[in-house]
Ligand binder design. Sequence first.
Ligand SMILES: Cc1cc2nc3c(=O)[nH]c(=O)nc-3n(C[C@H](O)[C@H](O)[C@H](O)COP(=O)(O)OP(=O)(O)OC[C@H]3O[C@@H](n4cnc5c(N)ncnc54)[C@H](O)[C@@H]3O)c2cc1C
Length: 372
Amino acid sequence: MSERVDAIVIGAGVVGLAVARGLSQSGKEVIIVEADKAIGMGTSSRNSEVIHAGIYYPKDSLKARLCVTGKNMLYDFCDSHGVPYKKLGKLIVATSPDQVENLKAIQKKAADNGVDDLVWLKKEEVQKREPELACVAALLSPSTGIIDTHAYMLALQGDAEEDGAMLALNSPVLAGQVTDNGIYLNVGGDMPMEIEAKIVVNAAGLDAIDLARKIKGLDDKFIPTAYFCKGNYFSLGRKAPFSHLIYPVPQKAGLGVHLTLDMGAQARFGPDVEWLENGNNIDYAVDEKRGDLFYDAIRQYWPGLKDGDLNADYAGVRPKIQAPGEDARDFMIQGPADHGILGFINLFGIESPGLTASLAIADEVIRKLETT
Ligand SMILES: Cc1cc2nc3c(=O)[nH]c(=O)nc-3n(C[C@H](O)[C@H](O)[C@H](O)COP(=O)(O)OP(=O)(O)OC[C@H]3O[C@@H](n4cnc5c(N)ncnc54)[C@H](O)[C@@H]3O)c2cc1C
């Protein structure tokens, strides 16, 4: 079967669905092709479900800009679509006097990014709010929250379908070719098809780089090297004594072993940082042995954690575009102005805060398509 549509979005994760919604709302005929049997089975189901405030990212980076804008858009979207969320607030804690300077630097970075609602709390003020938390000072981020990600994705899908978008599940894109009329894609799976579209958005998450290499006509020099960094979670086997999300001062490749709560108030810790050799046949099982490191890290801010409290839970994998030890790179939203192919967008390195930023990423994609 051979078809022609205005736009194809590859991948029905949170970002692909947000982009598909934006394109269909702008009047385009859209097909979303998803390799898996349901939406959001990739990284979008394997994260902390936190609506981030936009605190840590370098000034003027896409991560900073799209997180801050996306956060506000996301809260509005949740309100207008009945998507469950809780604005619990988060505490970033300095557990020793030498970390107080780091905390001050975080407050400044946040202000540079337009996040000006952080509240500095002295030890006594923290302990009034969270009696079991050990720290010398903390920053409270009141605009940080948690979201029911699956309900959010269903709402995005609903909006897109209302405007005529079609979702094809079990439909992996196998290869593609840039043509005079747009981009031609070869889709496998249950209903193999060949489709051509003027607009193709590669939102394939962990596979986006591998897939880009299969599109003939895109020069390899535009495709970054893919790296994969697993983040393991451990859940708490009893009720959490905390009502805020609790974060230590961040580490290099992640935000440190932090405590988040889900919509059912279940506490979990993580994700940690485990670089993988490659992205083939990812094993999402969590090794119980990693728990030892979790106990040590958590007890820095919660000495009340007891032996046996933690259970290996789930894991997600960050699609990185920098090697272990290198400085964190920004989201790479690559459009015609970058690679010269009309109507083609690649989304590379969409790690955290991709969920928070998803609606703003969609707007950015559409802007890049419209300005070329
Ligand atoms: C451990 C962890 C914690 C995180 N925590 C947070 C957080 O608290 N807050 C936050 O804002 N962000 C967080 N993130 C980031 C966020 O989860 C991601 O940025 C976001 O889910 C990415 O969505 P996506 O749609 O780009 O990718 P995905 O959800 O991975 O979707 C990609 C889709 O493409 C499909 N696909 C792949 N190849 C093909 C193909 N060839 N053809 C068709 N379909 C294909 C896949 O099946 C998948 O469904 C976290 C990430 C990780 C790893």
